[in-house]
Design a protein around this ligand. Structure first.
Ligand code: PLP
Length: 360
């Protein structure tokens, strides 16, 4: 039976990226040697690294004064590398979920942290509005998409101080005005590849300003390097995840770039949210205006809570994979990232409709 993958990350990837990866494991770049066995100093690999960076620059219109880095450690490592590199005395954080909270916790190792607003009071079901960003902060940190709760900041906000964003779960899902940000980071394992590589896009003039002595690997300047640039090759890069990222971004570009992704993502999200709002058995958990285009969270409607287990089993039988909500929200979460086809969303909607008929 056909499976529909709604996992929150790692998650579904473009078929053609998977096919290329399988081929590259057998034979990379017609070398007769597989990608898992090549040296990262081979010219074929250096070309893939350069092309991957160029794809990022082309797709997001990243200006030349920004570096694009591919590192290890996941977004969680950036929770401390960001303040280590950027915080002189104080940083401001918007607390829109546990990932944002974890990011703020790590920043406290480096100085004062001001939580400008939090939606913890309502289990992060909304994005706080009307907060004031302190102008004495070295940067303001946001999490643009809250993977667990299904809320999203839909615009590139204006900030009087350097704006830093964790875009782990909505990067490449819509156009972004990179110039509005000082730094953007995230784990690749949602929209841009498999687990194992972390992207960091940083405006270079922000670096080296803290007076702090940094460990070599923590200092972003190490990975940027002097001329000739280190190009994220100061140490061994995560070769295979970067290769799959390269293939994934090629797919995004071939389809028409982030504008086309945005169009498709809006269509998929609309289809699913419309069904949640129409279907008498389900309700969405996030406030409507802040609903994420990537992670759609919903629970059984009041009075129908007892059906949760039955729907989960029914959906599983119909081929739905990974729709169990995070334990802190409960219910269901369908993650509908770039590579999730409209057909899968249609299959989930059909499943919800059939389940409703069974219980009328
Ligand atoms: N930030 C967000 C928004 C996430 O969704 C996640 C993981 O799901 C993380 C950070 C943590 O990422 P990693 O597992 O790469 O450390």
């Amino acid at each position: 039976m056909k499976k529909h993958n709604f996992n929150a990350g790692p998650c579904v990837l473009p078929k053609q990226a998977i096919e290329s990866a399988i081929e590259a494991i057998r034979d990379f770049d017609n070398t007769g040697i597989g990608i898992l066995e090549i040296s990262h100093r081979t010219p074929g690999w250096e070309r893939v690294m350069a092309e991957t960076e160029q794809l990022w620059r082309d797709l997001l219109n990243i200006p030349d004064d920004y570096a694009v880095l591919f590192l290890g450690g996941g977004a969680s490592t950036q929770f401390f590398e960001v303040p280590a590199n950027l915080m002189k005395k104080k940083a401001a954080y918007l607390q829109t979920g546990v990932w944002a909270k974890k990011a703020a916790k790590e920043a406290k190792f480096y100085g004062e942290v001001e939580i400008v607003a939090s939606s913890e009071d309502k289990n992060y079901t909304y994005i706080p509005k009307g907060y004031k960003i302190p102008t004495d902060a070295d940067y303001f940190h946001i999490t643009t998409n809250n993977t667990i709760y299904g809320t999203e900041i839909h615009e590139d906000i204006d900030s009087p101080v350097t704006l830093v964003a964790d875009m782990s779960s909505d990067i490449m899902s819509r156009p972004v005005d990179v110039k509005k940000y000082g730094l953007i980071y995230g784990g690749a394992q949602k929209n841009v590849g498999p687990a194992g590589v972390t992207f960091v896009i940083v405006r270079k003039d922000l670096l080296g300003q803290t007076g702090r002595n940094l460990q070599t690997m923590v200092d972003y300047r190490t990975h940027i390097g002097d001329e000739p640039r280190n190009n994220s090759m100061f140490n061994t890069p995560p070769v295979f995840p970067i290769f799959v990222m390269h293939e994934t971004l090629k797919w995004v570009k071939e389809l028409g770039g982030v504008e086309e992704m945005y169009k498709r993502n809006k269509k998929k999200a609309e289809l699913l949210y419309n069904e949640i709002d129409r279907n008498s058995l389900f309700v969405g958990t996030a406030v409507k205006e802040d609903r994420s285009l990537m992670n759609v969270c919903f629970v059984m409607a009041p009075g129908h809570e007892a059906l949760e287990g039955e729907f989960m089993a029914f959906a599983k039988e119909k081929g739905m994979v990974g729709i169990k909500g995070h334990r802190s929200v409960g219910g269901f979460r369908a993650s509908i990232y770039n590579a999730c086809p409209l057909e899968s969303v249609g299959a989930l909607v059909a499943c919800m409709q059939e389940f409703e008929k069974m219980h009328k």
